[in-house]
Design a protein around this ligand. Structure first.
Ligand code: NAD
Length: 460
């Protein structure tokens, strides 16, 4: 590890560094993990109400500081400012769900009561949770983990992505200001090396959001210590458009689902299969819709598509487009990086795509979509399932039964009928196959941070 080191914070819309922060050294990480272990029993020993109070104050601070926090986020990851505000604006409702439900999710349950014998299920925190996070929705994916983890009595070592470090620091400052002790929520700053060091530092669980490739490495490293592992990974999320849709509204919904956040969402629409009866009309209308998206500086109010956060992804997208062209697809819009500073890629629509193409197999994570023609529901289902991923899948059609028939057979953790790119705090968020292990959000996403204790109680 090349410590000590100062990480540069680079504006993805210009490629120019505008700040820097000190990366944690191995010694720092070891010391932080020891502090998290030492304070955990005290934190767990506080009443649930006391923990709820500080997280409620944190929620209030997020509301009050929304504009400043959105600007930090927008500049650092290149997220259009309106979309950065949307992310911050939705965080309080997620926190509220956890505040309202944590006691219900973790209350003791007596499962047998006889004259002299009681059997009871209780819940205890996991201990020290490492939260290794992604940059694309740093507030969402971070708070899905650290809020329930803290509420249930765990201490948290939080490593933001190296592409969202300033947002990570803002989160830590706000939690501390709200009253979470500094040794209960501890930011760890750095890149992949820092994340890898965390897993060796004496923790009890690792909750990771990021790519399949990194998730596998984490699972392997964690297995040596038998850590509890939760992985929220990528997707190649398919949608099927049937022959009975209203084309205009379907296009508007799916174009937004594919291009919002410049296509950098784990649940972005990544593949569209369209019934042959509406295919031509759909494709024509889709190209018009995407051509109308405003690409620009993330700080401009009207910008809908900003730069990619990571420059390396430009090469991935160019490779996918070239492979698709070579295999017979038609690039109807865009197709290359833009001739301007920063990590900009043209909004790109590729028609006549097939599952033989990288574009339809590997996560694009950018403003690029592949559209393929199918002849019926059975073919659509087969192609949707032709992937190692399984995060979300959708069907657009009039009849709920028709959608349910397809969606009940799709390997995905979330199923969408006439909607897409949607997450709810009330519903479990989970992936199948290469999309991950474990669950966040919902009651199950609270239970993810506690472990059961079986009480066998016999009166003497
Ligand atoms: P990434 O895998 O490159 O990095 C994620 C985190 O892992 C970062 O904090 C990074 O520093 C750290 N890391 C890298 N190597 C490590 C190692 N060897 N050990 C420990 N930590 C290490 O992913 P990313 O680019 O930040 O995020 C994009 C990916 O995340 C996409 O695939 C996206 O689909 C996925 N994602 C999934 C969800 C979900 O809910 N399923 C949500 C958001 C993003």
């Amino acid at each position: 590890m090349r410590y000590p080191w100062r990480m540069k914070i680079v504006d993805p819309s210009t490629g120019v560094a505008y700040d820097e922060v000190a990366e944690d050294s191995l010694a720092d990480i070891t010391r932080k993990a020891a502090a998290a272990r030492a304070t955990q029993p005290d934190w767990a020993g506080r009443s649930a109400g006391a923990r709820i109070d500080v997280i409620r104050r944190f929620r209030q601070l997020v509301i009050e500081r929304k504009e400043a926090l959105a600007r930090v986020l927008s500049r650092e990851v290149g997220k259009p400012i309106a979309q950065a505000r949307n992310e911050l604006g939705a965080v309080p409702a997620r926190i509220e769900f956890f505040l309202d439900n944590v006691q219900r999710a973790c209350s003791d349950e007596t499962v047998l009561r006889e004259e002299t014998l009681e059997e009871r299920i209780g819940w205890e925190p996991l201990g020290v949770v490492a939260n290794i996070s992604a940059w694309n929705y740093p507030w969402f994916v971070g708070s899905n983990v650290f809020v329930p983890a803290l509420l249930t009595g765990n201490t948290v070592l939080y490593k933001p992505s190296e592409f969202a470090t300033l947002t990570g620091v803002s989160i830590a400052n706000l939690l501390h200001e709200a009253g979470v002790p500094k040794d209960v929520f501890i930011p760890v700053l750095g890149g992949g090396d820092a994340g890898a060091a965390l897993i060796e530092a004496g923790i009890h669980a690792v909750c990771f959001t990021g790519s399949y490739a990194t998730g596998r490495k984490i699972a392997e490293a964690a297995s040596k210590h038998l850590l509890k592992v939760q992985l929220e990974l990528g997707g190649k999320d398919p949608t099927y458009v049937t022959d009975d849709v209203v084309v205009d509204t379907t296009v508007a919904s799916l174009a937004d689902g594919a291009f919002y956040n410049s296509g950098q969402s784990c649940c972005s629409v990544e593949r569209i299969y369209v019934h042959e009866r509406v295919y031509d009309a759909f494709v024509e209308r889709f190209v018009k819709e995407v051509a109308g998206f405003k690409v620009g500086d993330p700080s401009d109010e009207g910008t809908y598509i900003g730069p990619l956060t990571r420059p390396a992804q430009l090469d991935v997208l160019e490779r996918q487009v070239a492979d698709a062209k070579a295999k017979g697809a038609r690039v109807l819009l865009g197709g290359k990086r833009m001739a301007r500073p920063g990590n900009y890629f043209e909004p790109t629509v590729v028609a006549d795509a097939s599952n033989a193409m990288e574009l339809m197999r590997d996560e694009s994570f950018g403003p690029v979509i592949g559209i393929a023609r199918v002849k019926d529901d059975a073919e659509a289902l087969r192609l949707m399932n032709d992937t190692a991923y399984g995060l979300t899948a959708g069907v657009y059609c009039r009849e709920q039964d028709r959608a349910a028939t397809v969606l009940s057979q799709v390997h995905a953790g979330s199923a969408y009928w006439n909607c897409c790119d949607r997450v709810s705090p009330r519903l479990p968020w989970s992936g199948r196959g290469h999309s991950g292990l474990g669950t966040t959000l919902s009651i199950l996403g609270i239970r993810a941070f506690v472990q059961p204790k079986a009480w066998h109680l016999r009166k003497a």
